[in-house]
Design a protein around this ligand. Structure first.
Ligand SMILES: [Zn+2]
Length: 493
């Protein structure tokens, strides 16, 4: 009986929200009418919840790490189209994981048409300096997706892109393709609400990466119906969980492209070579470095960061520096996407991936995913071959040994490797510690990641002379690391 009553009342609600147009409940036209889509040209919604850092899981079996989202607001102009998202967030420190003390972050992300930028205080600026636009051309695809996956954006894009509808239990499934590339599939329920939207965006590790939006608890926010609960997942784990507290229909928005963004062209990908020892080359020139090591009849590259374009430039520089030897191995420090996005380019070259055993199944699954959005030159890449390890692995040509050690117990990642060359006494590491630029202010307290790195060096009795960090402006010494972590902790053995 209760069931019947609630069914009856939901039908009444559906009819009420569909108005007197006679549109059949659960269909695209009914939802467009119920959510007042045609006369909603802009929206602002705000709230709080959690944000998660995509591609930065602490190990490949865990979800993306959480940040508390103290405030969130999105201002969307559906006509431009343009959007500005503002977030105040701070990382959640898990009780069982030593992380540096989290720092509150204010993030302002903007997109209009084919331009994207952040408003941020420039690196190295004095505290309190005014935020300035920082071009983010690689973010256009994702931020555009965020516009067309909102309930109103989805309905507008459906109307503009010849959507097809089919009846499904309790409503309809609506699908369409934007610009011939990005496919959107959404579900409209019997209350004429967009309750789910799916799409896919490109990622160097995951290929066509699924993005799913779940909208629930629709309410009337001062004359506009909007979900009070939004959950967005990307690559299978949440990236946003938002409780919406206010919605403004048709706010006045005027998002203009700053000159610095309009005139920006991305700098070419460059690779600078610094010889560290006979046959050992530090490959810098970007935000993420690599090291190439020449063996008797092949080359070992440590780290394949970012994406295919970085890998292509590094591989070309390796060929130029060490001619006529194939790259037989690529060593991977950890699964974070900015450190693994270039691996497939080496797989396509025939290199074996050397990584911690926890990472292998993750890469195998990720690299088997479809790559229709950005096939690139790797479309027909051969299946990857791996050499994995739990604690230690050695690559040798009979003359030079390359030791790969697990960085055990490091809060940054659980399947984390560093590389040591015992003859040259060179340590290669990343994300455990990065040397600072000469004039940079040190952090208020030493990073537990750096302390753990030092402890691992001591425990493994590595006689380190130089540290080639794969982030940072310069080569460092063990003394530099020691002074960065401060005095030895009391009671240490
Ligand atoms: Zn990392």
């Amino acid at each position: 009986m209760r069931k019947l009553t609630s069914l009856a009342s939901s039908l009444v609600m559906a009819f009420a929200s569909a108005g007197c147009s006679g549109e059949e409940p659960g269909t695209l036209p009914a939802a467009q009418q119920a959510l007042a889509t045609p006369d909603t040209t802009a929206l602002e919604y705000s709230g709080s919840g959690r944000w998660f850092q995509f591609g930065q899981a602490a190990n490949p079996t865990l979800p993306w790490p959480a940040f508390e989202l103290k405030s969130f607001s999105a201002r969307i102009d559906y006509q431009a189209p343009a959007a500005e998202v503002q977030m105040d967030r701070i990382q959640v420190v898990e009780p069982d994981r030593a992380r540096p003390a989290p720092v509150p972050q204010r993030v302002v992300q903007v997109v209009t048409g084919t331009n994207a930028w952040n408003m941020a205080t420039p690196a190295g600026a004095a505290p309190g300096a005014a935020p300035a636009p920082q071009p983010q051309p690689a973010a256009v695809e994702e931020r555009t997706m965020e516009i067309w996956t909102t309930p109103h954006g989805f309905l507008k894009a459906a109307a503009a892109n010849n959507a097809t509808s089919k009846a499904v239990e309790g409503g309809s499934e609506v699908s369409f393709t934007v610009d011939g590339t990005h496919r959107y599939v959404g579900r409209i329920n019997a209350r004429n609400e967009v309750e789910r939207v799916q799409t896919w965006i490109d990622n160097p590790v995951l290929g066509d990466t699924p993005v799913e939006l779940a909208y629930s608890d629709y309410r009337d926010f001062g004359g506009i119906r909007f979900p009070a609960r939004i959950v967005r997942t990307q690559g299978g784990h949440p990236v946003l969980e938002l409780t919406v507290s206010s919605v403004v229909k048709n706010p006045k928005l005027d998002i203009q492209v700053p000159d610095a963004v309009r005139s920006f062209s991305p700098p070419p990908v460059t690779v600078a070579v610094e010889k560290l020892a006979g046959g050992v080359y530090y490959l810098k020139g970007g935000s993420h470095h690599s090291v190439a090591i020449e063996q008797a009849d092949h080359v070992v590259v440590v780290e394949a960061p970012l994406d295919d374009s970085r890998s292509s430039a590094v591989i070309a520089k390796v060929r130029e520096t060490i001619p006529n030897k194939p790259i037989r191995y690529v060593v991977n420090s950890h699964v974070h996407f900015d450190h693994s996005g270039g691996l497939r380019a080496y797989v396509a070259e025939g290199a074996t991936v050397v990584t911690h055993e926890m990472n292998r199944p993750y890469y195998e699954k990720a690299w088997a995913a479809p790559r229709t959005l950005n096939p690139g030159r790797l479309a027909n890449a051969r299946p990857a071959t791996f050499e994995t390890f739990a604690e230690k692995h050695v690559l040798t040509d009979g003359r030079r040994s390359i030791e790969i050690h697990r960085l055990a117990g490091n809060g940054h990642n659980d399947a984390f490797a560093m590389v040591y060359l015992p003859a040259e006494r060179i340590l290669i590491e990343v994300d455990a510690w990065a040397p600072l630029a000469p004039n940079a202010a040190p952090p208020p307290s030493p990073s537990p990641f750096a302390i753990n790195l030092y402890e691992n060096i001591q425990k493994l009795k590595l006689n380190v002379r130089q540290i080639a960090a794969l982030h940072g402006p310069r080569l460092a010494t063990l003394d530099d690391l020691r002074s960065a972590i401060g005095p030895a902790p009391a009671g240490g053995q």
